[in-house]
Structure formats: C-alpha cells, structure tokens
Ligand binder design. Structure first.
Ligand SMILES: Nc1nc2c(ncn2[C@@H]2O[C@H](COP(=O)(O)OP(=O)(O)O)[C@@H](O)[C@H]2O)c(=O)[nH]1
Ligand SMILES: [Mg+2]
Length: 330
C-alpha cells in the first residue's frame, strides 16, 4: 500500500488527523503534491456528494462563526457530522482572525462529530476556491454530511462560494445600513436565506423592522434558480432564538431541492464551471513559468509603457511564443 492509499484508508475510517493532512496536501502548490492531491480527490469522489453544502457569508463581525457553532451543534443533535471550512481573505493582513474563527466555534471545536478547518486566503482567491472545493470532497469521503463554508461576503469570494454550495445563508446586522446597499451591489442574489443576527434584547425590534423592510424590497429581485424567494429570519447565537427555525428551514430547502433534481443540476453546472476555471488557472500558471515568456516580458512591458508597441500586439507576441513551446513545462 503506498502512502496515499494509507492516507485515504485513514481518512475513510474517520481519522481527523488524516483529514487534516489530506487538506494540507490539497492546499500545497508544489507540482508533485498537486498530482498526489488529484489522485486522492479522485479516490474520494465515489464517496462524496451526499452532503448538504451550505455557504455562510456576511461582513466580518456579523456573527458567522458564532452562529455556525450553534447551528452546527443543532445539526449534530439531528444526527449529522459537521465540517466547517472557514475562508478568511483578511487573515493574512490582520493576523489573528483565523484563530478567532476557531475560538468562536468553541463547542464544535471540541465535538467528535465536527471538524473545523480555517484557511488563510493569501491573496489568491481563485486558488482558495479550488482548494475549498476539493476539501469539500475529502470531508464528505471522511463521513461529514453537513459541510459549511464560511466566507466574508465581499464580491468575488461569495460568487465563488455560490459555485460550490447547494444553499447560501447571508448574515446581516439590522441597522448597519447595509441592507439596501446589499441589494444594490447584488450580494443578495446568491442568498437562499438571509438572517438578521444578534437579534436579542434591544436589537430585536430593530431586526424585526429590518426584516420586514427587506421582505418588501426583496420581491423586486430576481428569484433563485430554485424559484424561491430568499427566506428572511432573525437569529441570536447568544439566546439561541431562531436557530432551530433556521436549521429546519435549511434542511427543508435541501430536501426539496434534492427531490426536484435541483441539487444535482446545480452541481453539474458547478462542475462544468470549475473545469473552465481550472483550465484558465492552469494556463495562467504555465504562462507564468514559461522561460521564454519570462525572458521576453520585461523588455516588452517597457516597450508598451513607452508607447512604442501596443499592449495587444505585445500580448499576441507573448502568446505566439508561448504556443511555440520552448518553456520548461511544455
Ligand atoms: N450580542 C450578540 N453578539 C454576537 C452574536 N453572535 C456573535 N456575536 C459577537 O459578534 C462578534 C463577532 O462574531 P464572529 O462570529 O466572530 O463574526 P464573524 O466575523 O462573522 O465570523 C463576537 O464578539 C461575537 O461574540 C449574537 O447572536 N448576539
Ligand atoms: Mg468568522
């Protein structure tokens, strides 16, 4: 048995150290590791796909990790095993927030039926998206049937998340003034459910008002592919208000989408999308490592800056050289 077959068997038997090592392998950018990772993911594929994949987005501090802790515990009580993949694009800059994610999930962090994996998104969101998608597959093969992907909802990252999840939950704080801006920026279009968080004490009335305003505004938005309008709820991770309703709603939507074929359809589209993405990312990497292109580019860039060559003509020259193939990777 070679090393990765052992890793796979350990992973399948529920060894969380093996799962963590598998994700580390997936996150490695070394070419040799990429090949091992591909083989491992391929080995996992037959055991994947049977989970509910949920995206949780929202601005930093809105309460994603804290709510995931409570929601995850609810799922575990329903007999599920929960894996949380937390992507934090700001973590490289701010340092501590990755740790923050894990400490905010203090009950899940010590529960045998849960696995938490924070990922620092070091600038390269495309790469992170690919890693996360593969991490979902190995988590499923390891027996986790409720996968939660936590990410800050700013532009690209939640679009990427929308392309690897079955359902998305957007968290908002009432009165933060972002309700209507969110509509303008289109960030609500990928939400199946919107929850106003921290709806306890004095904030509860504000959250109720915000929910009702949003309900009116949402009827103007295009519907999700499922044909449903986004559901709006109030939650508090501290009092637990709304958590069971949220969990029940998510489960019901998922069962409905499974029965109608929507989950499978969506996943087929997502796979096709990631094929296109992988080709583009692969091409980009090959281009970046192409010796001839690297030798030519500095002078060409100067020529373009000085205006003696047009950027488009220069690009054609680079691509022609790339196609000729005198680079180490071709
Ligand atoms: N009052 C109140 N505070 C909360 C609630 N959920 C989270 N918080 C607090 O909000 C802050 C940010 O929470 P966190 O889960 O880390 O947010 P994230 O950045 O979206 O993951 C922390 O100080 C939490 O204790 C809630 O339901 N009620
Ligand atoms: Mg968090």
């Amino acid at each position: 048995m070679d090393v990765d077959e052992e890793l796979f068997q350990a992973l399948r038997s529920g060894d969380r150290g093996a799962l963590a090592r598998s994700i580390t392998l997936i996150e490695s950018e070394r070419i040799a590791d990429r090949q091992r990772a591909h083989a491992l993911v391929a080995r996992c594929l037959p055991w994947s796909g049977r989970s509910l994949r949920l995206g949780v987005t929202g601005i930093p501090g809105v309460g994603k990790s804290t709510l995931i802790d409570v929601l995850g515990m609810w799922s575990i009580q329903q007999g599920h095993r929960v894996a949380v993949l937390a992507i934090d694009p700001s973590s490289v800059r701010t340092g501590g927030s990755i740790l923050g994610d894990k400490t905010r999930m203090e009950r899940l962090a010590v529960n045998d039926a849960a696995f938490i994996r924070p990922t620092a998104a070091a600038g390269n969101l495309g790469g992170v998206a690919r890693h996360t998608r593969e991490a979902v597959i190995v988590c499923e093969a390891a027996g986790y049937d409720r996968i939660i992907i936590e990410t800050v909802g700013t532009g690209q990252s939640e679009l990427d998340v929308d392309r690897m999840t079955d359902l998305n939950l957007l968290l908002m704080i009432a009165g933060a003034g972002d309700e209507l801006q969110g509509i303008k920026r289109g960030i609500m279009e990928s939400a199946d459910l919107i929850a106003f968080t921290k709806a306890e004490g004095e904030a509860e009335a504000r959250a109720k008002q915000a929910a009702s305003d949003l309900r009116n505004a949402l009827s103007l938005l295009p519907k999700r592919p499922s044909g449903r309008e986004a559901g709006i709820l109030l939650t508090s991770a501290i009092t637990g208000v709304g958590v069971e309703a949220l969990g029940t709603r998510i489960e019901a939507m998922y069962q409905e989408d499974r029965a109608s074929g929507q989950v499978d359809e969506r996943r087929r589209d997502q796979s096709a999308h990631w094929l296109d993405q992988a080709i583009i990312m692969g091409l980009q990497a090959q281009l970046q490592h192409h010796a001839g292109v690297n030798a030519l580019l500095p002078a060409l860039r100067e020529a373009v800056r000085s205006g003696s060559v047009s950027p488009f003509a220069a690009a054609d020259e680079v691509l022609a050289l790339f196609r000729k193939g005198d680079g180490p990777l071709l």
